[in-house]
Design a binder for this molecule. Sequence first.
Ligand code: FE2
Ligand code: FE2
Length: 135
Amino acid sequence: MTEILWTPALETGDPRIDEQHQALIQAFNDLATALAGNRGWEANGKTLRFLVSYTIQHFQMEERLMEEAKYPGASRHRQLHHELVVKVSGLLQAYTQGSANLSPEVLGFLEGWLMEHILGEDRRLAEFLRERSVP
Ligand SMILES: [Fe+2]
Ligand SMILES: [Fe+2]
């Protein structure tokens, strides 16, 4: 089952963002482990629910930073966040209603999204924040 290994290559350089990314990846890995361990619908749902709520919390934090810094790429970044939240919220709802399974494809999609987003959008944001904070 897919697990994401945290490496310094994933660092954006902003400790506030990086700390949450580590926790986010941990939450993703917990879900992957739960699914691989066949812990059952209830336990898997719990790890999925946590991943979704932590993702939302993390996005809100980044969006706060963007707003405070008047980040020019904010609307695109926010839109990408929004699209993922819609997707994972739908997934959680479907899972809760018993109409969807958490397939390896779903995990693979999430992993790909997270990696691409962290290495692209989040890095660009962190770079902007760093440049702005230099006196
Ligand atoms: Fe982001
Ligand atoms: Fe992020």
